[in-house]
Write a protein that binds this ligand. Structure first.
Ligand SMILES: O=c1[nH]cnc2c1ncn2[C@H]1C[C@H](O)[C@@H](COP(=O)(O)OP(=O)(O)O)O1
Length: 144
């Protein structure tokens, strides 16, 4: 069912599905954009072959390998390809995180990113709400 979160065990017990693992790699930083805007955290995503943004990873084979081994194999194949740093700051006219969130993402990668930023405490709920609201406005004004 769309939008429903299930446990790892339940997902593995369901028949007839393929399984994919993706990872969000991030680190804290003291670096500043233009020497003045704190970057705070470096969060990596990827610009995929199909022009959509997503996390590094891919399909795994739980019958043949652990999820970690499958994810590791995918990372060896993919890392370095199309790495994109997620801007967590907000600049004038919505540039930064809002502009980033107004891009197109694969599957539920956009909501995974927003949830991860909240759960890991990299941004506050208020900061996320403001960025998401601005991104929605930007998407509407650029939609055809
Ligand atoms: O970042 C993601 N978050 C959630 N689902 C994703 C993400 N990236 C891809 N996907 C979905 C789309 C596909 O159905 C599968 C596997 O995609 P992909 O990463 O392209 O895997 P392969 O390289 O083809 O193994 O997961």
């Amino acid at each position: 069912m769309a939008g429903q979160e299930i446990s790892k065990d339940e997902s593995l017990s369901r028949k007839g599905y393929r399984h994919a693992c993706h990872i969000m790699i991030y680190a804290d930083t003291d670096a500043k954009l233009f020497g003045k805007i704190p970057i705070k955290h470096i969060v990596l995503m990827q610009m995929r072959f199909d022009g959509l943004l997503g996390f590094p990873g891919g399909f795994v084979k739980p019958a043949e390998e652990s999820l970690e081994a499958g994810l590791s194999r995918e990372l060896w194949e993919e890392m370095g390809d199309g790495n994109v740093r997620v801007p967590l700051y907000c600049l004038k006219r919505g540039r930064g995180l809002s502009a980033f969130l107004s891009n197109s993402f694969i599957s539920n990668a956009r909501s995974q990113l927003i949830a991860a930023l909240r759960v890991l405490g990299l941004l506050t709920q208020d900061e996320l709400d403001a960025a998401v609201a601005k991104a929605e406005m930007m998407r509407k004004t650029t939609a055809h």
